[in-house]
Ligand binder design. Structure first.
Ligand SMILES: C[S@@+](CC[C@H](N)C(=O)[O-])C[C@H]1O[C@@H](n2cnc3c(N)ncnc32)[C@H](O)[C@@H]1O
Length: 264
């Protein structure tokens, strides 16, 4: 397996490459609800670019961005938001594995608030950076990446949702022992980036997901995560009846079947 870490040249070119694409997106797409679908040329509905609108999603993104960093791109936030709204009508709590500075966690907390839900939002992270279990031959990230946060920062950011959020700081899967009494989940966002963490999250949450419940995996489709997030999801679901649905945003999602929870 070829190492996933970037070469020194790749690291050097990374920033200008993303600046270039951000410039294009800002210039041609931002503020428009219909944009061009690259590379097919169709004009398609892309509400995640129209963040000045009065839609619930645009309102939430403005609240989240006024409150702190949002590192996940708007198209992925939109999918997360829509899927969480659908799952908010199901029984069970919600969870996010991989919180960092709390951007996507705040979207989920807003969803629960706006649905007047009594479900809890469980938030799992070291809150001090990637653990030592990142594998150089698989993972794009190294131990200590994402250390620019703290439990205190995220708690403060989410203080308006204190009645629904439960923090579980520390290493997953060790911190799953704090939720042994939570019987079921309607929605789980897994944004942990590295192979062993993705597997650990699948093993804990999949058996506890209610039928119709959704697990969303960030980074699944990104090339740099092919041996990491994607490998973990593919390996875990290889013997399950459910199919992972790959999205053009780079995410993947899996919906728990109503008919059968057993393996293939
Ligand atoms: C990409 S960041 C999450 C981004 C976040 N969703 C947001 O909106 O900013 C990935 C996070 O996963 C956490 N993480 C990865 N593996 C972990 C593990 N085994 N235990 C605890 N935290 C882990 C890292 O600490 C990091 O903060």
């Amino acid at each position: 397996m070829k190492g996933a870490a970037l070469s020194p040249l790749g690291k050097l070119l990374r920033r200008p490459w993303y600046w270039f694409w951000h410039f294009l997106a800002k210039f041609f797409f931002q503020g428009r609800s219909y944009t061009i679908h690259v590379p097919f040329g169709d004009r398609v509905f892309t509400p995640w670019f129209d963040l000045d609108s009065s839609s619930n999603f645009a309102q939430i993104i403005r609240i989240v961005q006024a409150n702190g960093p949002l590192v996940v791109s708007p198209d992925r936030c939109y999918l997360l938001y829509q899927l969480a709204c659908q799952a908010a009508h199901l029984p069970g709590d919600m969870a996010e594995c991989g919180v960092f500075t709390g951007g996507t966690a705040q979207i989920l907390a807003e969803v629960l608030t706006r649905h007047h839900s009594s479900a809890r939002l469980h938030l799992f992270d070291t809150f001090s950076g990637m653990p030592d279990t990142a594998l150089p031959e698989r993972d794009y990230h190294s131990p200590g990446d994402f250390s620019g946060t703290s439990l205190e920062f995220v708690r403060n950011r989410l203080r308006a949702y204190a009645s629904s959020c439960e923090f579980h700081p520390g290493f997953m899967p060790d911190t799953f022992s704090e939720v042994v009494n939570v019987p079921q989940y309607s929605f789980v966002h897994i944004d942990v980036d590295i192979y062993l963490s993705v597997l650990a999250c699948c093993e804990w949450f999949w058996p506890r997901l209610v039928p119709g419940g959704v697990m969303v995996f960030d980074d699944y489709g990104f090339y740099s995560y092919r041996h990491a997030a994607k490998a973990g999801v593919d390996e875990f679901f290889a013997d399950k009846i459910e199919q992972s649905l790959v999205l053009p945003t780079g995410q993947a999602l899996v919906i728990k079947s109503f008919s059968d929870n057993s393996e293939k």
